[in-house]
Design a protein around this ligand. Structure first.
Ligand SMILES: NC(=O)c1ccc[n+]([C@@H]2O[C@H](COP(=O)([O-])OP(=O)(O)OC[C@H]3O[C@@H](n4cnc5c(N)ncnc54)[C@H](O)[C@@H]3O)[C@@H](O)[C@H]2O)c1
Ligand SMILES: O=P(O)(O)OC[C@H](O)CO
Length: 329
């Protein structure tokens, strides 16, 4: 039986565990919050996220020590927002990851370093890049909880590695397909969060669907320019791992990033929006990383620049979106 360690106690970790539990696997789940661990052991659901998801005590074991969760695991899935992933893994060494495949479920970048999570894992824990995958595609945890038909893309530099893990992430309500484009998929997943922030900000300011449709079309071009500059190769950005994820995050009621952006557009400060939201909007951190990274590449990125100026330079949302309006086509 495949043994899978899941690191993180949020909504996406909980949804991933629900999917994996449909297959013949054993899950070793590390959560930061001890009270949540106690609760799950006793009541078999996560008290903080997706409370309707029942967790099989036969398949899912919870741990408060991360090294215990990793013990004997074939796969390690990282499902903590990128801004917080370094701290819980700080005590781990390359030895803990020997012989294990690492899967990033994170759609964000390491904030202080402006690097992708897979690059950080390779650098820090010496996991070979071809032994890593990312979980991508348009998929909200809330819809997984409701067993609504969803599609995931498992991306890796090594197609066989992606294909193996895709099997484990497929079930009656999820179709997971492998794709050999680790970096393109990972960057596109980071960038769609920035676009969702911009869509939310515009919506909060009173812009309508017509404007958002143009924003999303321009965003797809912006993502293509950036990804082509950073990792040039042939790829079909209309595939669901890229365009699909952008659409779901820009339009869904469940989108954390859009919700956060909407609050900013309505006049909340960054701090008050963060306090009001129980969940993490990865795009807030990602926009800083992509903006900083782009100093090296010099790609034309009007949506990223406008979002950066609003969130990090405290420019007024109304005037930044008014300027952006003139740059969209
Ligand atoms: N939720 C989704 O539908 C979804 C879908 C696809 C990908 N993702 C990605 O999954 C990752 C996890 O997101 P999520 O939606 O589960 O997040 P979430 O907001 O539901 O949960 C937050 C998680 O972060 C942890 N956390 C919060 N503050 C922390 C801190 N200061 N230090 C350490 N840990 C802290 C919490 O314990 C919890 O595990 C993100 O990269 C997100 O982009 C989420
Ligand atoms: O839409 P968000 O901001 O909640 O992000 C969640 C996922 O990335 C959607 O695929």
């Amino acid at each position: 039986m495949t043994s899978i360690a899941v690191i993180g106690g949020g909504s996406w970790a909980t949804a991933i565990i629900k999917i994996l539990s449909e297959n013949n696997v054993s899950i070793r789940w590390w959560l930061r919050d001890r009270a949540a661990v106690e609760h799950i052991r006793k009541h078999h659901y996560n008290p903080d996220y997706l409370r309707d998801v029942r967790l099989s005590p036969r398949k899912v074991k919870t741990f408060t020590k991360i090294t215990d969760a990793l013990n004997g695991a074939d796969y390690v899935i990282l499902a903590i927002p990128a801004a917080f992933v370094q701290e819980p893994l700080a005590a781990l060494t390359p030895k803990h990851f020997e012989g294990k495949r690492v899967v990033s479920a994170i759609k964000g970048m390491i904030p202080q370093r402006h690097i992708l999570v897979t690059d950080w894992v390779e650098e820090h824990f010496h996991v070979p890049i071809d032994q890593m995958c990312v979980i991508a595609g348009p998929c909200h945890a809330e819809e997984v909880a409701l067993e609504k038909q969803s599609y995931l893309t498992i991306a890796s530099t090594h197609e066989a590695c992606a294909a193996d893990f895709a099997q484990l992430m497929s079930c009656s309500f999820v179709t997971a397909n492998p794709l050999a484009d680790l970096y393109g998929v990972e960057y596109a997943a980071v960038m769609k969060n920035i676009v969702a922030l911009a869509c939310g900000i515009s919506h909060g300011l009173g812009y309508g669907d017509n404007f958002q449709a143009v924003m999303v079309s321009n965003a797809m071009q912006e993502i293509k320019r950036f990804v082509d500059a950073v990792d040039p190769r042939e790829r079909d950005l209309s595939a669901s791992a890229y365009l699909g994820d952008l659409l779901v995050t820009a339009y869904s009621q469940f989108s954390r990033n859009r919700t956060f952006g909407n609050m900013i557009g309505r006049g909340y400060s960054v701090q008050s929006a963060q306090m009001e939201m129980k969940m993490i909007a990865e795009g807030y951190y990602a926009v800083n990383s992509i903006y900083e990274m782009n100093k090296q590449y010099g790609v034309e990125m009007p949506i990223t620049e406008a979002t950066y100026k609003i969130l990090y330079e405290r420019e007024a949302p109304a005037s930044e979106i008014a300027k952006l309006k003139l740059r969209l086509r």
